[in-house]
Design a protein around this ligand. Structure first.
Ligand SMILES: Cc1cc2nc3c(=O)[nH]c(=O)nc-3n(C[C@H](O)[C@H](O)[C@H](O)COP(=O)(O)O)c2cc1C
Length: 279
């Protein structure tokens, strides 16, 4: 399969700015080529996603590994138009949400385990940060596995963490009980267009061997900013009234500006109000 090996190499080279060896005789190259070239989708064809297909993909996603086999990640399918419109209206800056044929919410479920302890008449002395952390990690793995399953059948997805800007409202609307919190939503549909690959930080920064090494962070970030801008420059600069207009506007400038404004500072209070103890 030389074509697949070449396409993986081309996608990863665009992604990381580095040539990786790909053995054309490796099994599973079709899966690797989907992963290497993956991208989120934000435009959809006016075509339904059949309920049976969605159920199949959710079952595959929920086959993901789970911490201690505790199974603390759940998926909520939202079909009702009114609910979808209420969520979309909270996020007008993301029109891909209202247009998507399917919207899912991935839930960290820290409720089932203490309930099982109760059902079995056992104490539950583990109501602390780890309960929230384990449930969140499980839900995130389910989300990532759903992406993989959906992309395998040709669907496109866009996770939506911005729903957490409105966690309390969405939680009330979805009647989520105590110790069940949304970690992210997800738009799912048949893609109407293929967007570009987003370059990632160099493996020199994110892939460590034997020990954690940061290396020359400033130089690596500068070079990443330049490589990424050459592939797909940012169209808009964030907050120019506050920070001015940069001659060169790279990824690191964008992220530094993004996180110069407090976001979701009430999320901890929301999670605590949902009954998680974070100590
Ligand atoms: C947990 C998570 C939450 C995300 N939330 C949003 C979101 O709220 N809105 C959005 O448009 N994209 C969202 N994204 C998509 C990212 O912006 C996207 O993955 C990133 O820009 C890199 O692009 P790529 O996935 O095409 O490589 C999210 C992705 C993840 C993994």
């Amino acid at each position: 399969m030389p074509d697949l090996a070449q396409s993986i190499q081309a996608a990863l080279s665009e992604r990381f700015g580095e040539r990786l060896d790909v053995d054309p005789a490796l099994p599973g190259l079709d899966e690797l080529s989907r992963l290497a070239a993956r991208r989120v989708h934000r435009r959809w064809l006016a075509r339904e996603v059949a309920p049976d297909l969605l159920r199949l993909l959710c079952a595959c996603a929920l086959s993901a590994p789970s911490k201690s086999d505790l199974q603390q990640g759940d998926i909520l399918i939202i079909r009702e138009k009114a609910k979808r419109q209420t969520i979309a209206a909270l996020l007008p800056e993301m029109p891909w949400l209202s247009d998507a044929p399917v919207f899912l919410v991935f839930l960290a479920n820290g409720r089932r385990l203490p309930r099982i302890a109760q059902l079995r008449g056992k104490p539950f002395p583990n109501d602390h940060l780890d309960l929230f952390f384990n449930a969140t990690v499980d839900a995130a793995i389910v989300l990532a596995t759903f992406l993989r399953a959906a992309e395998a059948v040709g669907l496109g997805c866009c996770p939506i963490s911005v729903i957490r800007d409105h966690a309390r409202v969405i939680s009330e609307m979805l009647v989520l009980p105590d110790k069940v919190v949304p970690i992210a939503g997800m738009c799912v549909g048949w893609p109407a267009e293929v967007s570009g690959i987003t370059a990632r930080l160099p493996l020199g920064l994110t892939l460590h061997e034997e020990r954690f090494e940061e290396g020359d962070l400033a130089a690596q970030i500068e070079s990443y900013d330049r490589r990424r801008a050459a592939l797909r420059p940012f169209r808009n600069q964030r907050d120019p009234e506050r920070f001015g207009r940069a001659d060169f506007y790279g990824w690191s400038e964008d992220k530094a500006r993004q996180y110069a404004t407090p976001t979701r500072t009430d999320f901890g209070a929301f999670v605590r109000a949902k009954g998680f103890r974070l100590d």
